[in-house]
Write a protein that binds this ligand. Structure first.
Ligand SMILES: *Cc1c(COP(=O)(O)O)cnc(C)c1O
Length: 367
């Protein structure tokens, strides 16, 4: 060690051993919410009603924290099968959020020079996890209206031969559902697996889950996060046993902890609460969309999710975002992503009073 400082030696070692692709990444940044009105992360704004909360606490009291969880979460899995309309012949595996399922899929197929393909802009974790698992990521740009570019996509599939294609349905951060016929062509052309990520299913009219077993290369992913249980970390993958048995080998045995299993089972037994909340959010989405559409200078994109993407007048987006923050409203600034997201902001649909506060702050920030 001698005269070289600990800091110098540490940096040298870290620099030597941590993979260059990882060193180049910036850590996933989530701003601290503080006391802000939080409309940045697609969370359901509602908690459980007080009487239900007390019943939930009764359930938690008896959870055996001293025991390992059921490694395959059998009873929760069967409850989820019913709640999420998973066909009887499909296998299900659960993840610590669907983020973990993306990681499991990538770990199982990862080999140097293999390609993970998605569209741009879409959910950033596809690219991040492809990088973590040492694969190439290819993002095919969407059209200007955020629909699939069929020719570019089919060409990229032909050239890149991706191991996995991720398609978010509806897409994040754009909110739209892609054309089903084009997705069918992607599935037919894909040499590997196609993952349909239905994180926002509760707010969309459409799904691939009923026909997941009609294909030999499709799995459907769901999560309870956007439904109102983001804190639980619980996602679901459904599809043929041939694929899922292999993914299950990569899954850590106790990835769904006892508190999550007990709470999710309790929540699904009271599913009507979440159904009512998501119906309320869909109603609010329509009101928020119309209100945004009535503001001069904004371009508002139709949404089948619980958030709305809109484009602000050229060059003003950072000031508008800062103005909203100053008034205590936190949304998502997508301008740094560039491309078609230039000048764009994304707002999560909140409670009526939160949406009203957001609209008032936005009007101030625009003047
Ligand atoms: C939020 C989101 C997820 C992550 O869900 P978790 O289950 O909370 O990990 C997955 N896919 C998309 C498209 C999302 O927007």
């Amino acid at each position: 060690m001698g005269r070289e400082s600990r800091e110098y030696i540490m940096n040298k070692k870290v620099h030597h051993w941590i993979r260059p692709e990882i060193q180049k990444l910036s850590a996933y940044h989530v701003p601290a919410p503080g006391k802000m009105i939080k409309l940045d992360a697609m969370e359901n704004p509602y908690h459980l009603p007080e009487d239900i909360k007390n019943k939930w606490l009764d359930v938690l009291r008896d959870v055996e924290l001293n025991r390992y969880p059921d490694p395959s979460a059998r009873s929760l899995t069967e409850q989820l099968r019913v709640a999420m309309d998973v066909p009887a012949d499909a296998k299900i595996i659960l993840g610590n959020g669907s983020d973990e399922l993306i990681q499991i899929i990538c770990m199982a197929v990862a080999e140097k020079d293999r390609v993970v393909l998605s569209v741009e802009p879409s959910f950033v974790m596809y690219k991040m996890i492809a990088t973590y698992t040492d694969m190439e990521y290819v993002g095919v740009p969407l059209e200007e209206d955020f629909s699939l570019n069929e020719i570019a996509l089919l060409n990229a599939i032909d050239v890149q031969e991706p191991a996995v294609i991720f398609l978010a349905y509806p897409n994040n951060p754009t909110g739209n559902l892609f054309d089903e016929a084009v997705i069918e062509k992607v599935i037919a052309a894909a040499p590997g697996l196609v993952v349909i990520d239905e994180a926002y299913h509760a707010f969309a009219e459409k799904s691939f889950i009923a026909k997941v077993m009609n294909y030999d290369n499709v799995v459907v992913m769901r999560t309870v996060s956007k439904l109102g249980l983001a804190g639980l970390r619980l996602g679901l993958l459904a599809g043929s046993a041939e694929w899922l048995n292999e993914f299950d080998k990569v899954r850590l045995p106790y990835n769904i902890n006892v508190l999550t299993q007990a709470t999710a089972e309790f929540a699904l037994a009271h599913k009507e609460i979440f159904d009512n909340q998501t119906a309320e959010i869909r109603k609010e989405r329509t009101g928020l969309f119309n209100a945004l559409n009535n503001i001069d200078g904004l371009e508002v994109f139709p949404s089948s999710a619980n958030f709305i993407l809109f484009r602000t007048p050229k060059g003003k987006v950072d000031a508008i975002f800062a103005g909203l923050k100053e008034e205590g409203v936190l949304i998502k600034n997508l301008n740094p992503a560039g491309g078609h997201l230039q000048d764009c902001l994304r707002v999560t649909v909140g409670k009526p009073e939160e949406n009203a506060a957001f609209l008032a702050a936005l009007k101030n920030a625009l003047t």
